[in-house]
Design a protein around this ligand. Structure first.
Ligand SMILES: [Zn+2]
Length: 304
C-alpha cells in the first residue's frame, strides 16, 4: 500500500498553485501535476486578451510549468516558443524558472476575429513550429528541440517534442476553464524512463513497452473536470489514477508564482547594445527611452 494515503492533505492547502512530482518506481515512470489559479490570473491580468488567446496562453503556461518542474530548482529554465509566419498568432512565449512563470502572446487581431470563437491550433498558427529549450544551470548546457505545431492542441505538440527530440515517451494533458471568476488551468505529465536512463541519449523510444502502455492508459483516463476540480487535491488525483500500483512516491512540491525578470537595469543593458544613432531615434523629448515588457506590460523609462 503506497504511503501516499497519509500524505493527502485537505484541499485548501493543496491546490494553491504548486507542482507535485511523483514516481512509479516499478513502472520506471515519473509524473508531474500542476494546477494554476492565482499565478495564472496575475499573468493574464497584465494583458487584455480575447478568449481564444487567453485559453491558448493558459494552456501554454501549464505545459511550461509541467516541463519546467522536471528540472531542478537551481536556476534551470525551460522556454517554450511557438511561432508562425502566416497565422493569427505571430508568437507565443512562456518560460519557467525555479517556480517563476511568465508568458505572453503576440497576435493579429483582425486575423483572429475571422476565426470565430473556438479556433483550432492549426487555425491559430497555420504552419507553425514549437521550440522548447531546456537551459540547465551549473554549466550543464542548453538543449533545444524544434517540432512542427501539429495536433489538436499544444499538449500534443509538446508530446511530439519529447518523442522526437528526447525519445522519451510522454503523455501530457491540459484543461483550462475561464469564466467570470477568473481562469483556472491544470495539467498532468507522465513519462517513461526505463532502466533509470534519465538524461541519457537513446536511439529510439518504445511506445509499446508494456510498462509504459499501462501507465499511459491509466494517466490518459484523467478527465478535464477532475484536473480542474478544486475539491480534488493533486495527491488525490495521483491516487485515483495509480492506486493499483505497488508504490507511488510523492517527491516534491514547488510553489508556482508569476515571476518576471524585467527591470530598469535589464533594459539599460539591452539598450546599451544599440548604436548611439539608434538610441537617439528612440529617445523622446525628455531624453528617455520608453520600453514595454511584453510579459507583464510594465513600462520602463530608460535614461540612456
Ligand atoms: Zn516584465
Amino acid at each position: 500500500m503506497p504511503a501516499m494515503i497519509d500524505a493527502i492533505p485537505s484541499p485548501d492547502e493543496t491546490y494553491a498553485g504548486r507542482t507535485l512530482a511523483f514516481t512509479i518506481p516499478a513502472r520506471n515512470a515519473r509524473g508531474r501535476i500542476v494546477r494554476l489559479d492565482a499565478a495564472l490570473d496575475e499573468i493574464l491580468a497584465a494583458h487584455d486578451y480575447p478568449a481564444p488567446i487567453t485559453h491558448l496562453l493558459a494552456e501554454a503556461l501549464v505545459l511550461a510549468t509541467l516541463m519546467g518542474s522536471l528540472l531542478k530548482n537551481d536556476g534551470s529554465q525551460v522556454t517554450m516558443q511557438a511561432q508562425t509566419e502566416a497565422g493569427a498568432v505571430n508568437l507565443l512565449v512562456c518560460d519557467y524558472k525555479s517556480g517563476n512563470l511568465r508568458g505572453y502572446v503576440d497576435f493579429d487581431e483582425e486575423k483572429l476575429a475571422e476565426l470565430g470563437a473556438n479556433p483550432s491550433l492549426f487555425a491559430l498558427f497555420g504552419k507553425g513550429f514549437l521550440a522548447i529549450t531546456f537551459d540547465t544551470a551549473g554549466g550543464k548546457g542548453r538543449y533545444q528541440g524544434i517540432v512542427p505545431l501539429e495536433g489538436d492542441c499544444l499538449s500534443e505538440a509538446c508530446e511530439n517534442y519529447f518523442y522526437q527530440s528526447e525519445q522519451v515517451p510522454t503523455l501530457m494533458r491540459c484543461a483550462v476553464r475561464s469564466g467570470s471568476e477568473g481562469c483556472v488551468a491544470a495539467g498532468l505529465l507522465v513519462q517513461h524512463l526505463p532502466d533509470g536512463e534519465e538524461g541519457r541519449e537513446r536511439l529510439h523510444a518504445r511506445l509499446d513497452h508494456p510498462e509504459w502502455e499501462h501507465v499511459a492508459v491509466m494517466a490518459g483516463s484523467i478527465r478535464h473536470d477532475e484536473l480542474l476540480d478544486p475539491d480534488l487535491s493533486q495527491e488525490a488525483l495521483v491516487w485515483r489514477l495509480f492506486h493499483e500500483e505497488d508504490e507511488v512516491r510523492i517527491e516534491q512540491r514547488e510553489k508556482v508564482k508569476r515571476g518576471c525578470r524585467c527591470s530598469v537595469q535589464h533594459y539599460e543593458q539591452v539598450i546599451a547594445r544599440f548604436p548611439e544613432a539608434d538610441r537617439a531615434d528612440m529617445r523622446d523629448e525628455e531624453g528617455l527611452i520608453m520600453v514595454d515588457c511584453a510579459f507583464c506590460s510594465r513600462q520602463f523609462a530608460i535614461a540612456a
